[in-house]
Design a protein around this ligand. Structure first.
Ligand SMILES: Cc1cc2nc3c(=O)[nH]c(=O)nc-3n(C[C@H](O)[C@H](O)[C@H](O)COP(=O)(O)OP(=O)(O)OC[C@H]3O[C@@H](n4cnc5c(N)ncnc54)[C@H](O)[C@@H]3O)c2cc1C
Length: 565
């Protein structure tokens, strides 16, 4: 097979146009192309509005060697390419005394369970939350009425944290073994669109993700695995430095010697239990910030020099800068045509994140403008100090927002951070008889007073105009201000006065790392810390890949089910 890079075609092109272009580059006739496979597609908007799609293609052609000779020294564009086929390891020979138990059905636990089930290991998956169908109802209820279910919310439940998200599937994890590819192919097998396998910035959207997760669960069960919802692991049983089992919901004991901990970054009660059990762990750096919203058309104009384009879709962005105080400030988890979501999982604590549906048709673009925080910023060197730090911020956000998502316009945030003047959010609201602040001006009035062009929050969950500058530590607010200014130079209007800022974005990654060695086990033998919560992934794809790595480690050592000692 040969590979061609930078095959450029205009938006609106067909697959036939692509093939024709490839034949032109190789100077061969169309008939000589036996097979063509897209392996990468990206948008080249460097010379906007002259925008192209740039492809890498895998081709099976006649006279391959002869054609390749023409591109000696031009391998960057045309080269020989051998396909990397992913290969799950052969089963090991060690006999297990009990089932493999996986805690958590986020991407890490789900992919670990799926590949073990597929290869005959009949794992048991324990999820504290509900199945995705019921979970959706609980999340909608929370967003509508503010009633939080502690175990069935945006963080907890089948599919894990990323289920109510934009479902972006990019990762910085370098992968020579083909895990990235096999994870994407598996998502396609259960319902995602094929293009996620080659798009430079693939995404699925919440609506598709929910379906994929359900289909994968059904396959795990069909392959002999067990899936138990509303089954929270409240304790692990350890003897002589080895795992012996788990306690579910404070009462039921399940014996096992291989336990995968894929609990995610928000399982604070479980982290405390593991700490009490002296499972080796350490505090880890992460980032905190505020989510910012802009009109999507403004971002499209900046990125693609056009207000909208069906072929190009809603434009993404990634911005980064260094603040005067030396801290890194950057955009995180950008959601084109998306919503700010109330992603809280603890009563009295407000955390936000972002999501989009597969169509990305929302009128706003949003991302979190975040600043790196390290254990030095936490009040102690305790391994769980980062969680305490998060809780403090989320508690403030809850108080300031009165349980709703606190939102502020950038101009007022900036003035408040610079200590110039108090916030005037209250101009737009007044107290009702219960002391609740309500929107004072409806659409019509805003239009009458020339506010109609102002960005309006697009939130999943109730919001309240409030002073978000009171949530983060001073140095974080200052870094965000520096960032907004710098981003305003990179994207025109990024720092316009009416940008909506909501808080607090505190769950950007895990504040803890559960230590593991090269066999992917903790010092507690048989315990496999896995995914984002354990500190080995950041995002849906890398969490799924880590789940797969742990499945491989277990399979390579142990025999399949059904073999007795
Ligand atoms: C709103 C939102 C939007 C996001 N958007 C994106 C995006 O677009 N792209 C992207 O790459 N990433 C996104 N992320 C991040 C992504 O979701 C996570 O990186 C990923 O889900 C981590 O996977 P995981 O399997 O390690 O953990 P999680 O997905 O957090 O799953 C952990 C699971 O373990 C369960 N659990 C925890 N404790 C226990 C226990 N004691 N017993 C039983 N079960 C337990 C939880 O209920 C949960 O279901 C988003 C996150 C959020 C919250």
């Amino acid at each position: 097979m040969i590979r061609i890079n930078q095959v450029k075609v205009r938006p609106g092109h067909s697959e036939a146009d692509l093939k024709k272009k490839a034949a032109e580059i190789l100077r061969i006739s169309l008939r000589d192309i036996k097979e063509m496979k897209i392996i990468r597609q990206s948008v080249d908007a460097r010379k906007k509005p002259d925008i192209f799609f740039s492809y890498s293609l895998l081709l099976d052609i006649c006279n391959e060697e002869k054609v390749l000779k023409r591109f000696k020294g031009k391998e960057a564009q045309v080269s020989k390419e051998d396909r990397v086929f992913y290969c799950f390891p052969k089963a090991g020979s060690r006999i297990r005394k009990g089932p493999i138990v996986i805690v958590g059905m986020g991407p890490a636990g789900l992919f670990c369970g799926y590949f073990l089930a597929l290869h005959g290991y009949k794992p048991i998956l324990l999820e504290r939350g509900k199945c995705v169908e019921e979970r959706q109802r609980d999340v909608e209820l929370f967003w509508k009425e503010g009633r939080l279910h502690p175990n069935s919310n945006v963080q907890f439940g089948e599919g894990g944290a990323g289920t109510f998200s934009d479902g972006k599937l990019n990762t910085l994890v370098k992968d020579k073994d083909g895990r990235n590819g096999i994870v994407l192919e598996t998502l396609v097998k259960y319902g995602a669109k094929e293009s996620i396998c080659y798009e430079a910035k693939p995404h699925m959207g919440t609506d598709v993700l929910c379906n994929v997760v359900k289909n994968m669960r059904e396959e795990i069960i069909r392959q002999g695995g067990q899936v138990r919802f509303e089954s929270q692991v409240t304790e692990i049983c350890i003897s002589e430095g080895c795992v012996e089992g788990v306690i579910i919901d404070g009462s039921e004991r399940l014996n096992c010697e291989q336990l995968v901990l894929a609990i995610g970054h928000s399982a604070r009660d479980t982290f405390s239990m593991l700490y009490e059990k002296q499972v080796p762990m350490e505090a880890k750096a992460f980032a905190v910030g505020l989510r910012v919203e802009h009109p999507q058309v403004m971002i499209n104009e900046s990125q693609y020099a056009c207000v909208s384009s069906e072929e190009l879709g809603a434009a993404p962005y990634k911005v980064t800068a260094k603040a005067k105080n030396g801290r890194g400030v950057y955009s995180f988890c950008m959601c084109p045509g998306g919503y700010v979501v109330n992603a809280s999982s603890e009563e009295g604590h407000t955390a936000v994140n972002g999501m989009s549906y597969s169509g990305r048709e929302g009128c706003n673009a949003n991302s979190a403008v975040v600043v790196t925080v390290t254990p030095e910023d936490f009040e102690s060197s305790h391994p769980l100090a980062g969680i305490a730090f998060q809780r403090q911020l989320e508690d403030r956000a809850y108080q300031i927002g009165r349980g709703k998502i606190p939102v502020q316009r950038y101009e007022n945030y900036r003035e408040a951070v610079q200590g110039e003047k108090g916030t005037d959010e209250y101009e737009f609201s007044q107290m009702d008889e219960t002391g609740e602040r309500i929107e004072k001006y409806c659409e019509g009035v805003r239009a009458a007073i020339g506010e109609q062009d102002k960005v309006m929050p697009q939130c999943k969950g109730m919001y309240l105009w409030a002073d978000v500058s009171k949530i983060l530590p001073k140095e974080c607010n200052e870094a965000i201000l520096d960032g907004m200014e710098a981003f305003g130079r990179q994207i025109k209007g990024f720092d316009r006065p009416d940008v909506c800022m909501s808080g607090v974005e505190s769950r950007t990654s895990s504040p803890v790392r559960i230590l593991r060695d090269e066999s992917l086990q903790s010092a507690i033998r048989g315990l496999y810390p896995c995914g984002e919560g354990a500190g080995y992934a950041g995002g849906i794809l890398s969490a799924a890949m880590d789940g797969l790595r742990v499945a491989e480690a277990i399979a390579a050592e142990y025999a399949k089910d059904g073999l007795q000692s």
